[in-house]
Design a protein around this ligand. Structure first.
Ligand code: CP
Length: 316
């Protein structure tokens, strides 16, 4: 495919291929010299219309470690502030002949729309509450490394599911890989029709955590809440915050995950988040760079093949 817009478009063999390639980049990133020329001569532009620490930093590092020319657009200082639309901004940058555009946007579907207008490859770095495909892929790599497999696991995703693109992309990916998925959280933060999604739904966290192999925590995404009932942080932590007592109900070797940013004392106990015997949160960050390198590499290969075929067509 030309773009990486969501997990929906990936078949299980595509997911395994990307994770296997990412493993080679984990090894590269642990060396002193972390350089490959997979993207040599290519230009990558990162356009983040919404705040980010992990995703933006890791895409920048990923592109640079693969030898691309990487430009981070400072969207807050761009002509978007003078009223230029997303599409006009994208067309303007596209005219500068980039090869890869990495885009984060607060509106669901905005990245798909943009991808229809440009001639380069587009990666969705998170759009509204829709999808965050590279997050699900880095979560999958983290789970595969920690548990030794990516199938037949019981995976509990806990918290504000309704507003979470991370939950949505993970649901699709982990479902494709034949895992048992449980969604845990307040009824007000559960997506409509959750019970019909082929998952188990729990409001009682203690019930939902029983025997889980993986516990994935999510923050309250207040920036995407438009009214509705939000419990106080104190009440939320009491009922849905992960601490050692609640985790003891999961499998004895259950791992704790969080995509970040994390709100300690709201959805997770800070000591537990830092417990390297249970928490793989920093591993997720490390896998993020490797997975993004793999995604950029595979899209660059597709782009070269597409352009090679087009050039051959012209010559014939
Ligand atoms: N997990 C994640 O997307 O984090 P950032 O918002 O910091 O990129």
């Amino acid at each position: 495919a030309r773009h990486l817009l969501g997990i929906d478009h990936l078949a299980p063999p595509d997911i395994v291929q990307l994770l296997d390639l990412a493993e080679t980049y984990v090894a590269l990133n642990r060396r002193t010299v972390k350089h490959s020329d997979a993207l040599a001569g290519m230009t990558q532009i990162n356009m983040f219309f919404e705040n980010s620490t992990r995703t933006q930093a890791s895409f920048e590092l990923a592109g640079k470690r693969l030898g691309a020319d990487v430009m981070n657009m400072a969207m807050a200082q761009s002509s978007v502030k003078k009223g230029e639309t997303l599409i006009d901004t994208a067309l303007t940058l596209n005219a500068m002949q980039p090869d890869l555009l990495v885009v984060r946007h607060p509106h669901s579907g905005a990245v798909n729309l943009l991808a229809e207008k440009v001639t380069c490859a587009v990666i969705n770095a998170g759009d509204g509450r829709h999808e965050h495909p590279t997050q699900a892929l880095l979560d999958a790599l983290t789970i595969r490394r920690a548990k030794g497999r990516l199938h037949r696991l019981t995976i509990a995703i806990c918290g504000d599911i309704a507003h979470s693109r991370v939950a949505r992309s993970n649901l699709i990916l982990l479902g494709k890989m034949e895992n048992r998925i449980r969604l845990i959280g307040p009824a007000t933060l559960m997506p409509a029709g959750a019970a019909q999604m082929g998952v188990e739904v729990f409001e009682d966290m203690r019930e939902g955590l029983k025997g889980a192999d993986v516990v994935m925590m999510l923050r309250l995404q207040r920036e995407r809440m438009d009214g509705g009932f939000i419990p106080s942080e104190r009440e939320y932590y009491h009922r849905w915050g992960l601490d050692a007592a609640k985790l003891s109900l999961a499998a004895g070797d259950a791992i704790v995950m969080h995509p970040g940013p994390m709100n300690r004392g709201v959805e997770i106990d800070g000591t537990l988040a830092d417990d390297i015997n249970r928490s793989v949160i920093q591993d997720q960050v490390e896998m993020g760079v490797a997975v993004r390198m793999a995604a950029l590499d595979l899209l660059a290969r597709n782009l070269r093949a597409e352009r090679g075929a087009a050039a051959a067509g012209v010559m014939v």
